[in-house]
Design a protein around this ligand. Structure first.
Ligand SMILES: Cc1cc2nc3c(=O)[nH]c(=O)nc-3n(C[C@H](O)[C@H](O)[C@H](O)COP(=O)(O)OP(=O)(O)OC[C@H]3O[C@@H](n4cnc5c(N)ncnc54)[C@H](O)[C@@H]3O)c2cc1C
Ligand code: SF4
Length: 640
């Protein structure tokens, strides 16, 4: 066992990302936990309990009727799993052979340098330049004074939606400045280590969750947003979903118009089918099971080129082989005259229509405020801070509306893992290449259904976090890590959650799948377990605490009878939050109009995953980029 100090040290980078109020809450939680056993029959501090008793005590919290205890344990568990299994010292125990960097020579492909000023003069019709900021990308952490910048448009966020909108706006001739809360990292910064990359590339260092801590929500931060660490799946919007949007929500683009945007996005991302010989053992288990049962499945398209198959996409590509927003739309935007200010978190939007001010807090490398501000004055503001932060920004800026922050969909995903006699080594190779769409009824009529997607979180820390339970049972499961394949049921959800803000203006996401979605999740889990048994798994595990191994139909029936879909007992995760500022034909049907403009507030547009009127059902980056381009193209000249 490692010294507890070593695990605490490993947790330090995650704790460093917490705001001071969260530090206070954590301290309170730890003190309450420490003192808790004093009230028992054998009064002792928690830290003095022998291991078995400590585990038993933690279980009483995890199963407590008090939601605060369950929530507290869920948060501590996530932190402890990442800190414990993210350390090099834990890797041998689970058979993980560690990063390639430093032991495999994979050349880094050249990439456009966003920090340098573009050499060619921007070929735009109206080359007026933003005043107050240098060409190219400026790091807010290095800015030693208060900034005041003037532009036609300020884009907030540089992820999938923000990058695509910025490129279109600059290409149309607007002077456009993007502010990005995260830093500007490049391939040279990506170390293939979870303890370093989660704090660098993810919101809340990868520990973001719903308010009750029952569902982890992974979102990115940095110049390029969540595209920096996504797994490269390129999936066009399903026709039936878009048809539902047209029919029920006033979605404005015809099939041909949307098709043209999607084609442009796919070309920008250099979308290409994954060659079948790149399917790794984790994905092949899924493919084999689906084939054995005669279920529809396909090899996905992706946006990688000359990929080394190292498997670290979720921690940023150290070799520049994934065409994320920082390698595609953002260089285009800068070449057309746009500017980017990183480490600049938009705190508020002020002013009146036609004369807005975006007030930004500048941050240091650890994400802490430097004490300096940047004010971007612009007639038009495009909000693209992601489905949690976009509504939060609008709410703390004083905007309101019946649908603002409502309609949150999460694509909740529940994983099944399967242990095979042969090594699977899921962390190596392309993380996601096979998709099973046998149950994707939403592709037929826009409703219901789910996909099976192979797990993308294949490094030990994230895998531990997604493995249910804790204590000795969890440890035993982690020892099977190298032989485990896993995939998730990615639900096309109908449940509507909500994003509000806390007293500090930070997003608070409330969501737990409603009854119909929970029934669908159960059906999906059962089918996925059957798939793995058909693929030859020795045993299969459902995603809930205390799950017993399943090796045949009878055990599966018993396990399904024991499976509960209650909060905290079923392990759920989300990597696709969406829908919180949805397009709608009227203010009571959506937060923004069909052109993406906030109802009642001319000149404020939305261009990210928040726009979706319903759950999209499939990996969303292509749809987000296509809608963001359409929103940018619809912004009239006269607002600038
Ligand atoms: C692990 C993982 C794997 C994924 N894999 C795939 C995949 O294979 N295929 C696919 O299609 N999709 C995938 N996705 C989802 C996809 O990447 C996201 O849905 C998409 O990037 C969301 O786009 P967005 O523009 O809404 O937000 P983001 O891309 O998250 O960008 C939002 C940006 O806004 C910034 N921001 C937030 N608040 C502020 C503020 N106040 N001021 C300034 N900036 C701010 C953030 O720092 C961030 O950079 C994956 C997601 C994850 C987490
Ligand atoms: S597997 Fe992912 S991280 Fe590795 S080279 Fe390919 S795209 Fe990059």
């Amino acid at each position: 066992m490692p010294a507890p100090e070593a695990v605490c040290d490993a947790a330090a980078p995650f704790l460093a990302r917490l705001r001071s109020a969260d530090h206070l809450l954590l301290r309170l939680l730890l003190r309450t936990l420490e003192a808790g056993p004093l009230l028992s029959r054998r009064p002792r501090l928690f830290s003095q309990l022998p291991r078995e008793e400590a585990e038993a005590y933690l279980r009483t919290w995890a199963e407590s009727r008090l939601a605060a205890r369950r929530r507290g344990i869920a948060a501590l568990r996530a932190l402890a799993m990442l800190a414990y299994y993210g350390r090099d010292q834990a890797w041998k125990e689970v058979g993980y052979d560690g990063p390639w960097l430093g032991r495999r020579d994979v050349p880094v492909l050249p990439a456009p340098d966003l920090r340098a000023a573009p050499r060619a003069a921007p070929r735009i019709p109206r080359p007026r330049l933003a005043v107050g900021i240098a060409q190219g990308s400026t790091a807010g952490r290095a800015v030693g004074r208060a900034l005041r910048v003037r532009a036609d448009v300020c884009v907030i966020g540089t992820g999938a939606g923000g990058a695509a909108a910025l490129a279109r706006l600059a290409e149309r001739g607007f002077t456009a400045v993007a502010v990005e809360a995260g830093g500007h990292s490049t391939a040279a910064d990506y170390t293939q280590r979870e303890l370093e990359m989660l704090p660098l590339l993810y919101q809340d260092a990868g520990l973001r969750a719903t308010a009750d801590q029952a569902i982890g929500i992974m979102q990115g931060t940095g110049v390029g947003g969540s595209t920096l660490h996504n797994t490269g799946l390129v999936y066009s919007p399903p026709d039936a979903i878009v048809e539902r949007w047209r029919r029920e929500h006033g979605f404005p683009l015809s099939e041909d118009e949307l098709g043209r945007y999607v084609a442009r996005v796919r070309a920008a991302l250099r979308a290409t089918p994954i060659p079948p010989d790149r399917i790794n053992a984790n994905n092949d288990a899924l493919r084999r099971g689906a084939a054995a049962l005669g279920w529809r499945h396909r090899v996905a398209d992706h946006n990688r080129e000359s990929c080394s198959a190292c498997g670290y996409c979720m921690l940023g590509c150290a070799y520049n082989r994934k065409y994320n927003a920082a390698l595609t739309f953002l260089p285009r935007a800068l070449a057309a005259g746009a500017r980017i200010l990183s480490d600049a978190a938009a705190e508020r939007i002020e002013g009146r229509p036609g004369a807005r001010r975006v007030i930004c807090e500048l941050r240091d490398a650890a994400g802490r405020p430097t004490g300096r501000t940047a004010i971007i004055e612009a007639a038009t503001v495009v909000v693209a801070a992601g489905a949690l932060d976009s509504p939060a920004l609008l709410l703390r800026s004083g905007f309101s509306g019946p649908r603002l922050g409502r309609g949150l969909r999460l694509h909740p995903s529940a994983s099944v893992s399967a242990v095979f006699p042969e090594p699977i080594v899921a962390w190596r190779g392309l993380p996601q290449s096979v998709i099973v769409d046998e149950f994707a009824s939403f592709e037929e009529d826009g409703r219901g259904g789910w996909l099976f997607l192979p797990s993308a979180a294949n490094q030990p820390g994230l895998a531990a976090l997604l493995t249910s339970g804790f204590g000795a049972d969890h440890r035993a499961r982690m020892r099977e890590f190298a032989h485990a394949a896993s995939a998730c049921v990615l639900l096309h959800d109908e449940t509507e959650g909500r994003v509000t803000v806390n007293r500090r203006g930070r997003p608070v996401a409330r969501y737990w799948p409603g009854k119909a979605d929970r029934v669908a999740l159960r059906q999906g889990l059962r089918a996925l377990a059957r798939l793995y048994l058909a693929a030859g798994a020795e045993r299969v595990y459902l995603p809930h605490a205390g799950a017993s191994p399943i090796s045949g139909e009878a055990e599966l029936r018993a396990a399904m009878a024991a499976l509960t879909t209650d909060r905290y007992l079923l392990t759920l995760n989300s990597v696709h939050p969406q829908g919180t500022l949805a397009m709608g034909h009227a203010p009571d049907a959506g937060a923004v109009d069909p052109g993406g403009q906030l109802w009642g507030h001319p000149g404020i547009y939305v261009a990210d995953a928040s726009l979706f009127p319903t759950s999209i059902g499939v990996p969303p980056q292509v749809t987000i980029m296509a809608l963001a381009m359409a929103v940018a193209d619809g912004i009239p000249e006269r607002t600038a």
